[in-house]
Design a protein around this ligand. Sequence first.
Ligand code: NAD
Length: 331
Amino acid sequence: MLKVGLLGAGRIAGVHAIAISSNTGSTLAAVSDYFPENAEKLAAQYGSAARSTEDIIADDSIDAVLIATSTDTHSDLIEAATQAGKAVLCEKPVDLSLDRARACQKVADKTGKPVMIGFNRRFDPNFGALKVALKAGEIGKPELLAITSFDPAPPPVEYIKVSGGLFRDMMIHDFDMSSFIMGEAPVSVMAAGSSIVDPEIGAAGDVDTAVVTMTYADGRIAVIKNSRRAVYGYDQRVELLGSEGLLQAQNMLENTVVKSTADGVTGAKPTYFFLERYMPAYSAEWNAFVEAVNSGAPMPVTLADGITALAMAEAATRSAQTGSPVRLEDV
Ligand SMILES: NC(=O)c1ccc[n+]([C@@H]2O[C@H](COP(=O)([O-])OP(=O)(O)OC[C@H]3O[C@@H](n4cnc5c(N)ncnc54)[C@H](O)[C@@H]3O)[C@@H](O)[C@H]2O)c1
């Protein structure tokens, strides 16, 4: 039985607590939060104990930690937990700073302890099925990838100010998805960003609408579209054109009812947001982590994958600011 400490008791920690306690091979041994009352509340729901982050990391009976704290704490906690001999699943992104993330990787690598980064979308059954079909050669050689990722509504500006910006906070998922599907990182990144949804986001120095075009060494192309607002719900689609066909992963809908009348044909909206859409993916992600820790197999998503996605976000941020393409090797 894997004894797990959950660091952070906020929004996403609540989701992970469900996954940890639902897996018959793991148990939620302790929960911490910067605000102890948050930890107590979450721990109580699962018959777990609220403790300090330092206590959990120092406890040799705890085998693994799941880091679900604010992004600016991730590198420090990955280092501390791996140095204390624990396996780690850490939420995305690895850090707000690419240099800090790279330094963290060196420290974690030295310990030899496994670290997985929480790119949960790799475990979404739809995107997973698309990847299986691609690998089976069903559309030949992939040539053009298009990822659409729109949130239903923007977060508060207070969140935007500490998020690291759209490319590091939001599009990071799509950067990782592009690497997952294309099997490698691009050589060049070109970005355009704008704050047309909420001018306050622009005033805070961020964008809320962005398009990124990436080119690969062999000439393949990927396009990512992000918006912080889609009034019809969480729009999460992937389309891949290959030499022998097209693969499309469509949205999950609130229900499958389609109404056809003399006025037209209507259907349900996409599920509202990430908690609704990706709940099965968060569980599958945790199950894959437990399996890899127990079997000693490589982590299905590595710290290096997290740093590659962060480098792509850094390149996109620079490109959007300068209007010029940025080569990945230059960041
Ligand atoms: N994979 C996903 O789909 C997904 C979704 C949402 C958030 N996230 C990521 O998860 C992380 C947390 O996001 P959230 O939305 O849950 O934020 P949140 O603000 O709701 O929760 C973060 C919690 O961490 C606590 N915290 C901060 N420093 C701490 C420390 N040193 N020890 C213990 N607790 C500490 C805060 O008090 C807060 O309760 C972010 O990095 C975010 O990017 C990922």
